[in-house]
Design a protein around this ligand. Sequence first.
Ligand code: GLY
Ligand code: MN
Ligand code: MN
Length: 424
Amino acid sequence: MSVIKEEEYKKRRDKVAKRMSKNSVAIIFSATYKVRSNDTNYPFRQNSNFYYLTGFKEDNSILVLIKKNKKYKSILFINKKNKKEEMWNGKRLGVLKAKKRFLIDEIHISDKFQKKVSKYLEFKKNLYFDFKLDNSQTKLFEKIAKKINIHKNIALIIEKMRLIKSDSEIKLIKKAIDITKKAHHRLMKLDKIGKNEYELLSNIEHTFKSHGAYNDAYTSIVASGNSANTLHYIDNNKPLVNGELILIDAGCEYEYYASDITRTIAVNKQLSKAQRDIYELVLSVEKTIINMVKPNVKRSELHKKSEELLVKGMIRLGILKGNYKKIIKKQIHKKYYPHGIGHWLGLDVHDECPYKDENGAEIALKEGMVLTIEPGIYIDKYDENVPKKYRGIGIRIEDDILVTKDGNKNLSSAIKKEVIDLQS
Ligand code: GLY
Ligand code: MN
Ligand code: MN
């Protein structure tokens, strides 16, 4: 049973319905299985918007909200109980139990959807659905969609709501971070000399899974040495070299909520002077930016400040040469700091919530939002423009931050990142 109460899911549906126009219908599909190869599938992961409104983890399900005037009706279509199917592929909740569990007006088996949907659409003006359908859903949907002229994207309503996390969502994010902390701390303690990146990865996965986080929130990155300069390095299969750093970007998902944490540690626990120069710069920038997080501040302001501080620091270290203003104007630093300062975090690691409002203006931070702060510096091994001692160093430090009423709370502050802790 889910940790978030049925009442909360109902409140979310109420809120969506309230924002729908009069005489409209919303149709929201679950995820479908994706083929990995031949007759094996990827592990099933529910669609986040569907999950946000139902907390239901089965495939082949459809949520329908029908709004007449001010009132609305909710209907959920789910898999039919089927002994043979369930023997092969796992138990299904079934209509009887679903009626007891969900605070939803009607529950039907999915086979009945096609027949019933025409009735729902009669005399309706607007049809809401998530414009991101997969292929099989598009086919099913084409006929339905023709019956109503005005199409609206329900995702825009749901994803705006997802921006502000409830207390129960924050609890789950904290739980995910707590498990992730165990994995990062395990790697810090581990004797890494003579090991391979994949052995570190297996420690991460063992920690996640043995604490009930059976999915990663994203593919873990265990990037030693120069591989840290490949931002999405996921090969994770190189022998570790004594004297090099390892950038570890790994976060589990717990009950559908993500954590997203990066730590950069040394194979032999000791940072060289050059590694430390860059590490301390990135760490101080990360701390300064985290301190800036509070309501009404914009993410672009945080990013701009992180660029300013990283550029000034890189000029000081001789990594960037020349005039500060010119570097910023020509964006020369993008070579070493190519990504943004952070992103929303929630049901998805890059939580699918808007960054701009309906008028195209940037959305400022508000209490209850969760975002990552993750500055980094990446210097390729063959970059001859940079002092030799810095070449091949890639460092990112990433934490998960909750915006509070008058500031912020670093939800991952318990995960070590001080040089003195990494070296002990
Ligand atoms: N782990 C993905 C990211 O940091 O955005
Ligand atoms: Mn991130
Ligand atoms: Mn990350």
